[in-house]
Design a protein around this ligand. Structure first.
Ligand code: FMN
Length: 172
């Protein structure tokens, strides 16, 4: 019988990076300013009630705010890699950020996103070095027919790129 060996963190990260995800920006208001962070841990959870989840590192600045304030999730299009880097703190240069505001107390969403959900905080749970934030969706919008931005093995891609297409065709 195979025995479980201790899981080395970098090896685990490499294994989990084989899982293809989309990329989203979580936005929220803090100290009168809109802030955002790039995530790929965005997950649908429930339709009734409508719930979504994001997993945020305890070390992230967002951890001091999420769970207490409304947040929005903007699903990025394939052309928004620069925004993904910007909100991950790894921008290659200046990036123009456009916010779409609504006449309520919810968090704004990113212009150009292919879909958005706006949430009120529902529950938050500790999970190791992360915190899981569940949001109750109060508004959901399909914005554009664009292709999604993908993330796989530490790289951005899209459904048509050589990298993503080869991997998605089953070569991994
Ligand atoms: C593609 C991608 C996905 C990411 N996903 C997450 C995530 O799911 N959770 C997380 O806490 N950080 C994630 N990060 C890292 C955060 O975006 C980054 O640490 C950010 O600077 C945190 O911002 P803050 O400290 O202002 O809250 C991701 C980064 C990238 C490039």
């Amino acid at each position: 019988m195979e025995t479980a060996s201790p899981v080395e963190p970098l090896h685990l990260r490499a294994c989990l990076a084989r899982f293809v995800t989309g990329v989203a920006v979580v936005s929220y208001l803090a100290d009168g300013r809109v802030r955002g962070l790039t995530v790929n841990s965005f997950t649908s959870v429930s339709l009734a009630p409508p719930l979504v989840l994001v997993s945020v590192a305890r070390s992230a600045r967002a951890t001091g705010h999420l769970g207490r304030v409304p947040f929005s999730v903007s699903v990025l299009s394939a052309s928004q890699g620069d925004l993904a880097r910007h909100f991950a703190g790894t921008a290659r240069g200046p990036v123009e950020v456009g916010w779409q505001w609504t006449d309520d107390d919810l968090a704004p969403t990113l212009s150009g996103a292919i879909a958005t959900v706006r949430c009120r905080p529902w529950r938050s749970h500790d999970a190791g070095d992360h915190r899981l934030h569940l949001g109750q969706v109060v508004a959901a919008d399909l914005r554009a027919d664009g292709e999604p931005l993908l993330f796989h093995r530490g790289r951005f891609g899209d459904l048509g790129s050589g990298h993503a297409a080869a991997q998605l065709a089953g070569s991994c």
